[in-house]
Write a protein that binds this ligand. Structure first.
Ligand SMILES: *[C@@H]1O[C@H](CO)[C@@H](O)[C@H](O)[C@H]1NC(C)=O
Ligand SMILES: *[C@@H]1O[C@H](CO)[C@@H](O)[C@H](O)[C@H]1NC(C)=O
Ligand SMILES: *[C@@H]1O[C@H](CO)[C@@H](O)[C@H](O)[C@H]1NC(C)=O
Ligand SMILES: *[C@@H]1O[C@H](CO)[C@@H](O)[C@H](O)[C@H]1NC(C)=O
Ligand SMILES: *[C@@H]1O[C@H](CO)[C@@H](O)[C@H](O)[C@H]1NC(C)=O
Ligand SMILES: *[C@@H]1O[C@H](CO)[C@@H](O)[C@H](O)[C@H]1NC(C)=O
Ligand SMILES: *[C@@H]1O[C@H](CO)[C@@H](O)[C@H](O)[C@H]1NC(C)=O
Ligand SMILES: *[C@@H]1O[C@H](CO)[C@@H](O)[C@H](O)[C@H]1NC(C)=O
Ligand SMILES: *[C@@H]1O[C@H](CO)[C@@H](O)[C@H](O)[C@H]1NC(C)=O
Ligand SMILES: *[C@@H]1O[C@H](CO)[C@@H](O)[C@H](O)[C@H]1NC(C)=O
Ligand SMILES: *[C@@H]1O[C@H](CO)[C@@H](O)[C@H](O)[C@H]1NC(C)=O
Length: 344
């Protein structure tokens, strides 16, 4: 078994941790730019407070339209080769290469790397990985009526992301940004830093656990969860609850590391965060299913840190880095998921 721990307890600047509390308020992992009094947004989000969502397409396309605050992204189809609520998850080995070039990207201009972009579809993050899942909780689905989704971005080395405008303020510290969506509209945005990650790269069982501190959450403007209209009644206003969420958050994909506890599908994750569980009236972890993982990564970056260990086979059903069928709400868009292409 290849067990790898990456610990990042770098010096953290207090100002960075205040990003959802400071002026201006920045959603979705954005950071305040004090000289312009607006936020620097992560890929897929825009607006002076990063509360607007980019619509469809793919994350390399800087011209894609923006969905209005509080509006649904249900009518935003992803470009071919992309999936996820925010269309930031690559689904084939060629997705990133194609989109990068279509957006005018040139490999020779990328410092430190002259190889092509490929797609990492495994739960283990190399540099910056996105995940999109369904909340698998029947009580929650019943209560809220519409499908509740969770997306999160795990950032280990943001400076190695191929996306333009990637936020590089946390070069030295891993972080996680997490969004909760209902009926196609973002409801709640959370952020936590610093994180430590543990990657189990056993060839038969890829597993990633991120343990993060100092979570803070905020309601999106116009969010139904926070504006008293949950369940079509005026029974819930989660604003103060959301603002009070603090402490640690852990994300495990799949939920268990131990293979003997039963082959948890690679498309599942568990989130441990007491405040979010309590908000949803869930006992224990928040279980996610139909998860898609995606990360555009320079081929070079797959080497080192043991990741090339997984070339043998990420699962018993896939071999030689071939695909794996993805089942779930995105199945129509996804088709064949690529597993880690680790061969140089
Ligand atoms: C911050 O704002 C200033 C002034 O508008 C601008 O010149 C600078 O590029 C911004 N920084 C980032 C990282 O966007
Ligand atoms: C890529 O880098 C290698 C080693 O530095 C070099 O030999 C090769 O010529 C480069 N290829 C391109 C296309 O620049
Ligand atoms: C939502 O409605 C269902 C059925 O109408 C009810 O059982 C449930 O308790 C309601 N949830 C909330 C939070 O009011
Ligand atoms: C992070 O790294 C990138 C690329 O090396 C660099 O351009 C950026 O200035 C760094 N950010 C900080 C806050 O040091
Ligand atoms: C879900 O969003 C659509 C618009 O995208 C809206 O027409 C519909 O009423 C919403 N459903 C609920 C239960 O809010
Ligand atoms: C982050 O959280 C830890 C506890 O988990 C706490 O000791 C530390 O002070 C926090 N850092 C900041 C800047 O809030
Ligand atoms: C929800 O609660 C927050 C804070 O508790 C309050 O500011 C806001 O006005 C409330 N919203 C509604 C629609 O009641
Ligand atoms: C939060 O995480 C830190 C670092 O792993 C740990 O030292 C601390 O005990 C945790 N806090 C709680 C309440 O679990
Ligand atoms: C939370 O769930 C428990 C059992 O699932 C239920 O008894 C309780 O009434 C729920 N509380 C709220 C506020 O919905
Ligand atoms: C939810 O989880 C249960 C057991 O953990 C599983 O049987 C079920 O298929 C999951 N639902 C979805 C939609 O994946
Ligand atoms: C990964 O590959 C590189 C180059 O092929 C090699 O030097 C390194 O030892 C490999 N790492 C592991 C953990 O096998």
């Amino acid at each position: 078994m290849q067990l790898q721990s990456l610990f990042c307890f770098a010096v953290v600047f207090a100002q960075q941790l205040l990003h959802t509390r400071a002026e201006p308020l920045c959603f979705n992992g954005g950071f305040a730019n004090s000289s312009s009094n607006s936020c620097v947004c992560e890929v897929g989000f825009s607006g002076s407070d990063c509360s607007s969502v980019k619509c469809g397409g793919n994350p390399f396309d800087v011209t894609r339209p923006v969905v209005g605050q509080g509006s649904s992204i249900n009518d935003c189809p992803c470009g071919a080769g992309w999936t996820g609520v925010d269309c930031d998850i690559c689904t084939s080995l060629t997705s990133c290469d194609t989109a990068y070039k279509a957006a005018g990207g040139q490999y020779s201009s990328t410092p430190g790397s002259n190889t092509t972009l490929t797609c990492n579809s495994a739960p283990v993050v190399v540099n910056v990985g996105s995940t999109s899942c369904i909340v698998n909780d029947s009580a929650l689905t019943t209560d809220l009526g519409d499908q509740t989704l969770v997306t999160f971005q795990r950032r280990e080395k943001p400076q190695r992301s191929p996306f333009a405008n990637e936020n590089t303020q946390n070069n030295d510290s891993s972080s996680i940004s997490l969004q909760i969506w209902n009926n196609g509209t973002e409801q709640i945005s959370c952020f936590a830093l610093p994180c430590s990650s543990l990657n189990d790269l056993d060839s038969s069982h890829l597993y990633a656990q991120w343990d993060c501190q100092n979570i803070s959450c905020a309601c999106l403007p116009g969010s139904t969860f926070c504006d008293s209209t949950v369940n079509g009644s005026n029974s819930a206003n989660l604003t103060s609850f959301v603002n009070s969420i603090t402490g640690n958050v852990s994300v495990r994909c799949p939920p268990t590391q131990n293979e003997e506890t039963g082959a948890a599908p690679v498309s599942t994750c568990a989130i441990t965060q007491d405040g979010i569980s309590a908000m949803f009236n869930i006992t224990g972890d928040i279980m996610l299913s139909s998860c898609a993982f995606g990360e555009c990564v320079w081929q070079d970056d797959f080497t080192g840190e043991g990741l090339n260990k997984t070339t043998s086979s990420p699962s018993s059903s896939a071999s030689g880095g071939s695909g794996r069928a993805f089942v779930g709400w995105m199945a129509l868009l996804v088709g064949q998921m690529s597993m880690m292409n680790l061969l140089p």
